[in-house]
Design a protein. Structure first.
Length: 413
């Protein structure tokens, strides 16, 4: 990195730290604009729907487009297959020309999680060094957003195209902070397409030094009661996972926690719990009354045969049993909830769909699959549809990245 590049990054980080959390992005983009003599700079964040970008602005006037909250404005830009969507999908910088100016679009990404993109309008055509500086700055901006959204609701408000119900608010707090994670040996992404009345689905993951922990759960019922049951299940699973307990012990404890504390008599949670050895691809899985996981290997999709167990909370005195599967490089493990298979969603040929989207990065594959479910069973689902996709590459250790993503594994289309 040359001196000008270092100066920009130093200015970006200092501006972010000096500003209030709600003003950090504006402070950063102002620093970028001054350094590159840009006519405009914007951060567009990914909408929670996964199907749009949102331009956040602070404008005292009332004539700005989009939703407003006091002096904050959120303009939603739906995906249309154009360059903005392509930048997120392909994780590569693009330069657009028109009206005597050049617009650079760079992905704002951290460890494969597409937070949004940086849009910079320049008065002169940028050379390769300027484009590289912008890409690095966009990567730094990802950390600015991650750090500051812990202290304010601004980003969360901007990402919500429609208001949340109480049950949806509870459910969102149970999901991981990032839906996508890339590492040298694997990439994963999860997605939850909520029903009109939230159905209690969750997914979760945690990366240890040599282990990847995952879970997908589905609490019985709908609404707030279901979300509260899910809270018991996820809370217990996280607690025992962080204590270092085995999968069987995690299931045992969660089953007792739900049976003893659920506000609805007879409440239960179905679940798939997993623990993958990142050095070998060996994966221990436990199925508690859930839809069986699917293994995509080449053009074949087969269910993973596991010991049968009751749902968590149904019979807390019963002991749980786990099974094993060894992944080969190129394998894809898919875990879904029954919202992907029941009622109208059952009309989706899931096996054929998984083969058809096998070339997509998990980040794009989960969205493509949820789009197909909505096309068949939507636009309003009767049950949550949740999925977690894990691609196994082998090669545990450092990964090859460019501005927050491994572009060699990004979706090409």
């Amino acid at each position: 990195m040359d001196d000008s590049g270092r100066a920009i990054l130093t200015g970006v980080l200092q501006a972010a730290e000096d500003a209030a959390p709600v003003e950090a992005v504006e402070a950063v983009t102002g620093t970028i604009a001054a350094a590159l003599h840009a006519s405009s700079v914007s951060l567009l964040i990914a909408d929670l729907s996964g199907r749009a970008l949102v331009r956040l602005t602070h404008q005292p006037t009332t004539d700005s487009p989009g939703r407003r909250q006091d002096e904050e404005a959120a303009e939603v830009l739906p995906f249309d297959g154009g360059p903005y969507e392509q930048v997120l999908r392909q994780q590569g910088t693009q330069v657009l020309t028109g009206d005597g100016r050049w617009t650079v679009l760079a992905p704002v990404t951290e460890r494969g999680e597409a937070i949004g993109l940086l849009e910079i309008a320049l008065p002169e055509e940028p050379d390769e060094s300027v484009i590289t500086q912008i890409a690095r700055t966009a990567h730094a901006l990802a950390f600015v957003v991650i750090a500051n959204r812990r202290h304010t609701d601004l980003f969360e408000w901007g990402q919500r195209s429609s208001p949340f119900t109480l049950s949806a608010e509870i459910q969102r707090r149970l999901l991981p902070a990032a839906f996508t994670c890339e590492a040298g040996a694997f990439a994963l992404s999860g997605w939850l397409e909520p029903a009109a009345s939230v159905g209690g689905d969750t997914f979760d993951y945690s990366l240890a030094r040599d282990l990847l922990h995952v879970s997908v759960t589905d609490a019985m019922g709908h609404g707030v009661a279901s979300a509260l049951t899910a809270t018991l299940g996820v809370g217990s699973l996280r607690n025992t996972r962080r204590r270092g307990d085995s999968l069987v012990a995690q299931a045992d404890q969660a089953s007792r926690a739900i049976a003893d504390n659920a506000n609805v008599p007879g409440a239960y949670v179905t679940a798939v719990l997993g623990r993958m050895d990142l050095r070998t691809g060996h994966c221990e899985l436990l199925n508690a009354g859930h839809v069986p996981p699917l293994l995509v290997r080449g053009d074949r999709v087969v269910p993973v045969e596991l010991p049968r167990n009751f749902p968590l909370g149904m019979f807390p005195e019963e002991r749980y049993r786990s099974g094993e599967v060894s992944l080969l490089p190129g394998d894809r493990l898919v875990i879904v909830t029954d919202g992907m298979r029941e009622r109208n969603a059952a009309d989706l040929d899931l096996v054929a769909a998984l083969v058809e989207i096998a070339h997509l990065h998990p980040r794009e594959a989960v969205r493509a699959l949820s789009d197909r479910v909505l096309a068949i069973a939507g636009p309003v689902l009767t049950d949550d549809a949740t999925l977690l996709i894990i691609d196994w590459y082998d090669g545990h250790g450092p990964r090859r990245t460019a501005a927050g993503a491994d572009i060699t594994r990004a979706s090409a289309d």
